[in-house]
Design a protein around this ligand. Structure first.
Ligand SMILES: [Zn+2]
Ligand SMILES: [Zn+2]
Length: 253
């Protein structure tokens, strides 16, 4: 059992009220840390803007972000209950290779599933109900990552629970994936481009999404539906034709 497995072991038998308390605290801590790191990155890369600076924060953004954190806590809680009921099984894993394999599987499976989910969310019948809320904020800031319609937060959460119910991953692999999920979400909503200009010339790396990639989606909702990679957009012809130019203009180095 590694450190992370030991950390969650008490949650298996703890009263559910206490489980809910720790999970909510964890989600609030992730939210706060994300905003602090985002603030630092925006300051550090202030000269590399890929979107107009956002207008002052409005009350709706704060309410939606708070509801997103609470719903994320609910999804984590449901995950914990499913784990205690043996519906979600965590695979004991001590090798680094095993953890990395878990990470790559979760990363690619979720990237594809979220690409499909995101394109469906842009269907004219669903868009006003579940996704328009996020697109009301055309010039993103770190907080925008959490400014989601509650249906959308629950939809992504259900997708995640479904994937880990099907694929029995190690807890360390899951944490690695979830950390990267928040990191990619944050980078996509910085409004500045931290990646160096040579990014698009590097083999494999150039398929990894950038801040400009998602900033373009906020400016042009008909392109760039992917999250972690540009693979699905390239494959299905939805990559913005301006991606290379916009990225090169924003990036430095
Ligand atoms: Zn966004
Ligand atoms: Zn969208």
């Amino acid at each position: 059992m590694n450190f992370l497995d030991q950390l969650i072991a008490p949650l298996y038998t703890m009263p559910l009220g206490e489980v809910a308390f720790w999970i909510t605290l964890e989600n609030i801590a992730i939210f706060a840390a994300t905003l602090v790191i985002g603030h630092v990155l925006v300051k550090l890369f202030a000269d590399n803007r890929n979107a107009e600076p956002p207008p002052p924060i409005i009350r709706l953004e704060v309410i939606l972000a708070a509801s997103c954190v609470l719903l994320n806590s609910l999804i984590t809680f449901i995950g914990a209950v499913l784990w205690r009921a043996d519906i979600i099984r965590l695979r004991p894993e001590s090798s680094l290779l095993g953890v990395l394999v878990d990470f790559v599987i979760l990363f690619m499976a979720m990237d594809f599933a979220m690409y499909v989910f995101h394109r469906v969310a842009h269907h004219p019948l669903l868009y006003p109900i579940i996704h328009d809320t996020h697109h009301r904020f055309e010039n993103p800031r770190p907080l925008t990552l959490f400014v989601l319609n509650p249906f959308e937060t629950l939809g992504f959460g259900a997708l995640w629970l479904l994937v880990i119910a099907i694929y029995s991953a190690s807890f360390t692999g899951m944490i690695l994936y979830l950390t990267m999920n928040v990191a990619f979400g944050l980078v996509g909503h910085l409004g500045v481009e931290p990646a160096p200009r040579r990014w698009l010339n590097l083999p494999i790396i150039r398929y990894i999404s950038t801040s400009t990639f998602h900033a373009e989606h906020h400016a042009d909702r008909y392109h760039n539906f992917g999250f972690y990679t540009v693979i699905w957009d390239r494959l299905f012809g939805t990559l913005s034709p301006d991606y290379d130019t916009d990225f090169t203009t924003a990036a430095s180095g």
